[in-house]
Design a protein around this ligand. Structure first.
Ligand code: NDP
Ligand code: HSE
Length: 320
């Protein structure tokens, strides 16, 4: 068997802990699938003393993600800190400059700097992978880049923020208040560090911008997404829509028009009996229309420890 693929993981929160668990618990399976062992050399987070639900005593610790990203015993830098600027971006740039491949779940960073980071990685002969950045556990990036590679895509549509879908569906079905439902989503590990990114529609807009760029071969254009969050949606709106046979969803739609790429992420009415209307809780759904394949519907957990770590590991194994 060849040399191990050695990971350096920055960020040991919901997603980082999920990734460590998979590496520890599925070592044999990962080695069998990739043909080489996958190991962790070093980790980094803000507070070393925090109890993390996994044993990290066997890994070197770095306070600074940049130091982690440039270590000689790290082949792949796994960025799970979050934030569009600051340590996540600094360390990702440092990793690429040091000749490492990068796996990240950070849609905020990619929506704002993805083009520059991808160019830097290409120039360095490295890759930056981000399956986990869009729709959590749903392998939609691979669906577009591999499974649907022979298609021209005419439309990308979907529910891409688990928190918003959780709030919109649980308030109605369980008769809970916004605050109660918000806390449940928090306990499930769905929320961004800044929850306004979720309820403001920004997180979903980041994801739509990333998907559009892949589907239509364009540059990532987050500023081009017409955005509206769920902050104005009331329980009365939700109940009134239900009386008329509809559900309210934070729905993203991107399509290529005669005037160029059109992208919007806004609350929409969808028929309650449609697949989108029946989407409950933190589940995401992405609908892709291709000229050869027709319509493809992908549905699955859009957030949380296991589903997101699953997507991170898919990228790690590709690199391995
Ligand atoms: P968390 O907030 O749970 O974890 C963030 C981690 O980063 C923590 O371990 C924190 O350290 C560490 N961290 C924060 N600041 C620094 C710093 N300056 N230096 C070193 N470490 C730092 O986030 P998530 O795990 O939920 O999310 C991580 C990324 O994954 C984000 O980009 C998010 O958007 C993305 N993502 C998350 C999903 C989810 O379901 N949660 C789904 C898809 C993508 P400490 O623990 O010590 O505070
Ligand atoms: N906060 C995000 C959500 C996490 O709720 O969908 C997954 O990207």
């Amino acid at each position: 068997m060849t040399d191990p693929l050695r990971l350096g993981i920055a960020g040991l929160g919901t997603v980082g802990v999920g990734v460590v668990k998979i590496v520890q618990q599925k070592a044999d399976l990962l080695a069998a699938r990739s043909g080489r062992p996958v190991t962790i050399s070093a980790v980094s987070a803000r507070t070393k003393s925090k109890n993390r639900d996994v044993d990290i005593s066997g890994y070197a610790w770095e306070d600074d993600p940049v130091a982690l990203a440039t270590r000689d015993d790290v082949d792949v830098f796994v960025e799970l800190v979050g934030g569009d600027e600051g340590p996540a971006k600094d360390a990702t740039e440092a990793a690429i400059a040091a000749g490492k491949d990068v796996v990240t779940a950070n849609k905020a960073m990619l929506a704002h700097h993805g083009q520059a980071l991808a160019s830097a990685a290409e120039a360095a002969g490295r890759v930056i992978r981000f399956e986990a950045a869009v729709a959590g556990g749903i392998p939609v990036i691979k669906a577009l880049t591999e499974g649907l590679a022979g298609n021209e895509i005419s439309r990308v549509m979907g529910v891409m923020n688990g928190t918003c879908n959780y709030i919109l569906t649980r308030m109605q079905s369980a008769g809970l208040s916004y605050d109660e439902v918000f806390e449940e989503a928090n306990q499930l590990g769905y929320l961004e560090a800044d929850p306004n990114l979720d309820v403001g529609g920004i997180d979903a807009g980041h994801k739509l911008a990333l998907l559009s760029s892949i589907a239509f071969g364009t540059e990532v254009d987050f500023d081009g997404v017409a955005l509206e969050g769920i902050g104005q949606v009331t329980i009365e709106d939700i109940n009134q829509a239900a009386e008329l046979g509809f559900r309210i969803k934070l729905l993203g739609v991107a399509r290529m028009t005669g005037r160029g790429l059109e992208q919007r992420m806004t609350p929409c009415l969808v028929p309650e009996n449609s697949p989108l209307g029946q989407l409950e809780g933190g589940t995401n759904m992405v609908v892709l229309d291709g000229d050869a394949v027709g319509q493809i519907v992908l549905r699955g957990a859009g957030a949380g420890e296991g589903p997101t770590a699953s997507a991170v590991m898919a990228d790690v194994l590709d690199i391995a």
